[in-house]
Design a protein around this ligand. Sequence first.
Ligand code: CAA
Length: 285
Amino acid sequence: MSRDISTVGVVGLGTMGAGIVEVLARAGLTVVGVDVSAEAVARGRARIAESTTRAAARGKLTEEQQRDIFERVTLGTDLTSVVSADLVLEAIPEQLAHKQALFAELDKICGPDTILATNTSSLSVTELSVATTRSSRVVGLHFFNPAPVMKLVEVIRTVVTEPDVLADVVALAERLGKSPVVAGDRAGFIANGLLFAYLNHAASMYEQKYATREDIDAAMRFGCGLPMGPLAVLDLVGIDTAYEILEQMYRQSRDRLHAPAPILKQMRTAGLLGRKSGRGFYTYE
Ligand code: CAA
């Protein structure tokens, strides 16, 4: 049976989670955001404040609308606060065991009709779904970075997802002003399945000192009309996240195009994570 989604829980308030909270609240939904520590919650709140302030400065939001967004959002560290959500979306780091443990916990906390969704970009939605007793009410709901800007949302169905659940989640994505696409459960789904071989290749090209970072990025911007070059996109996605996505895809596909370039692992180990740490392929203020 179809249900109207008006309250959404978001677990994980990192780059993606905070962006998704903003998107939901801007569309008029009530949002409960949760992260593990007061510091993580404060960072999430600051991300939303920064992004909505930028939108206000560009005349896309009035100050009153910005205030309304914060009125619709409750952020905290108590996972049980998502109890009344119609849908809970997890956006925690890409580690299967952590996500499975979280889904098992959410399965106990939430009512039987609540839809559980994952923002994973490379883990198996099916493997996450079987950590719950409601695998037919589990879907992937994959946003792109920056979530408030990028129009695409991939809705991932498993072999047991109920058609009504899929339809409700597609309708939610449309209500958010996004352009949803539906795909089956395969590492990388549609967009990352195509994008990450290219990003990985760009990292290798840089590692081989074939060209400078600026020239690699300029070639794709000015030659192919892309808004950002591949090394800048890797910095935006986060080197740790990009590495994890590639590794998962490689594990599933065994396609060497997805074997992470060694430089990505080295950068991850050294803490050069891209924009979020202030330095990746480029340095940020
Ligand atoms: N958060 C919120 N809003 C942002 C933002 C951010 N981090 N960065 C930019 N924006 C907004 C700006 O406020 C501006 O909004 P308005 O048009 O409403 O005024 C708009 O985006 C355009 O920004 P700018 O004019 O400053 O810069 P731009 O034209 O270069 O656009 C961009 C910035 C949207 C990021 C653009 O460069 C772009 O599309 N880049 C490609 C990003 C990309 O490839 N993302 C996918 C990554 S892969 C992924 O996410 C999948 C995964 O699983 C990891």
